[in-house]
Design a binder for this molecule. Structure first.
Ligand code: RFL
Ligand code: PHB
Length: 389
């Protein structure tokens, strides 16, 4: 098979990129290791920046998001009993959209056949070849047979564990990494949220987050040591711990229900430079990871593919090399700003096992400053809604 852009991975970055390229009349094929059912059952992000909602609008795949999504004009930082509201709308005249990544993925997958975007599910042993040349290709196995796709470019949208980043030689690629000594234990349940806006809570027992997917489906997280297993957390124990950590006003409104999903995600900050090598481009989690505290991962995938799609379209339409050459630097500039924000919010809101009284006093001083300064609140709000492209 021959195509213009071979895309590896059908997460949000691969799907959005595929649609943006098809919209411009380019050929693209997506290769995905998992089944469609598996991809649609993954529970991940919940907060969309304008950069992400704009892509769905521009693709005309935004109807369900606009009906079922919840625009949020603010969110809260809690410290023990204290609640600091960040008035996102008042400070930035903008908002974020609460609409699950699972739903975004479903809407993009559902629209693929009618837009001529082919997704090859259960593609095993995907391997990249000749990425330094002008004629790269990808091989994979499916149902026992081996296949080859020739392309002009390859987009590595295969997440943190995929093969694309590994196709960049060690002598060229440079990883930057920070691993945090805890994870987030998440629970999804069909119960109304305890508060109409998100609450990020710093508590002496550890961080907690009250989030939602709709007015009848809640998503909560608590910070746990990396040694914990999901089996250590029966539903009742998790609900009890969550209620201890949320501010009392919110805790008393927590409605309990059976877990639809429960999982532990480790927290990590990671950036790989450069995001281009020859005919291979990296986008989304294949090139960078943020801790989820800033709600930035999916939104960075969106900004990457916005830059990348523009560059590729300009290459195919106008033979323009400049945009393609600028991609890595352009994407990394925004990535690092989101890395900084996610790191800062993670440091502010979590309890670290090695922290002493000094570290805690610094957290309290920063929260005091945020509570008393509109400038500080504006900085947070501006980063939360997403910096301009
Ligand atoms: P994905 O979603 O990981 O998709 C990569 C795809 O590549 C496939 N793949 C392969 N395909 C073929 N061959 C191979 N060898 C392959 N290896 C892998 C995978 O099966 C998969 O389908 O990466 P992408 O598209 O870059 O999207 C990134 C986002 O998924 C991620 O950044 C966010 O989910 C992060 N994140 C959040 N981001 C936000 O913007 N806001 C949030 O509120 C937010 N909350 C979260 C999060 C991530 C979480 N977890 C579980 C990591 C909350 C959590 C708990
Ligand atoms: C979520 O709803 O899954 C969520 C919301 C905000 C975050 C992270 C995750 O910062």
């Amino acid at each position: 098979m021959k195509t213009q852009v071979a895309i590896i991975g059908s997460g949000p970055s691969g799907l959005m990129l595929g649609h943006l390229l098809r919209q411009a009349g380019l050929d693209a094929v997506i290769l995905e290791r998992q089944t469609e059912e598996h991809v649609l059952s993954r529970i991940r992000a919940g907060v969309l920046e304008t950069v992400t909602t704009d892509i769905l609008e521009d693709l005309d795949i935004a109807d369900r998001m606009n009906t079922e999504g919840l625009p949020h004009d603010g969110f809260n930082l809690a410290d023990g009993e204290r609640l600091i509201r960040i008035d996102v709308k008042g400070l930035t005249d903008s908002h974020v959209m609460v609409y699950g990544q699972t739903e975004v993925t479903k809407d993009l997958i559902d629209a693929a056949p009618s837009r001529g975007l082919e997704i090859i599910w259960e593609a095993a042993d995907v391997a990249l070849h000749d990425v330094e040349s002008d004629a790269p290709y990808v091989t994979y196995k499916k149902d026992g047979a081996e296949y080859r796709i020739d392309a002009r470019f390859i987009a590595g949208c295969d997440g943190f564990h995929g093969p694309s980043r590994k196709a960049v030689p060690d002598a060229i690629g440079r990883p930057f990494e920070k691993v945090y000594p805890f994870g987030w234990l998440g629970i999804l349940a069909d119960v109304p949220p305890c508060n109409h806006e998100l609450i990020y809570a710093n508590h002496e027992r550890g961080f907690a987050l009250a989030s939602m997917r709709s007015m009848s489906r809640s998503r909560y997280y608590i910070q746990v040591p990396l040694t914990e297993k999901v089996e250590d957390w029966p539903d009742d124990k998790l609900w009890d711990e969550l209620c201890r950590r949320l501010p009392p006003e919110a805790a008393k409104n927590v409605a309990r229900g059976p877990a639809l999903e429960k999982s532990i995600a480790p927290l990590r900050s990671y950036v790989f430079e450069p995001m281009r090598h020859g005919s291979l481009f990296l986008a989304g989690d294949s090139a960078h990871i943020v801790p989820p505290t800033g709600a930035k991962g999916l939104n960075l995938a969106a900004s990457d593919v916005r830059y990348l799609s523009r560059a590729l379209i300009s290459w195919f339409e106008k033979n323009d090399n400049d945009a393609v050459a600028a991609y890595s630097e352009q994407a990394l500039a925004r990535v690092w700003k989101s890395e900084r924000f996610s790191w800062q919010l993670t440091m502010l809101m979590h309890r670290f096992p090695d922290d002493g009284p000094f570290d805690r006093r610094v957290q309290v001083a920063e929260l005091d400053y945020i509570a008393s300064s509109e400038a500080a609140q504006r900085t947070i709000a501006e980063n939360y809604i997403g910096l301009p492209l």
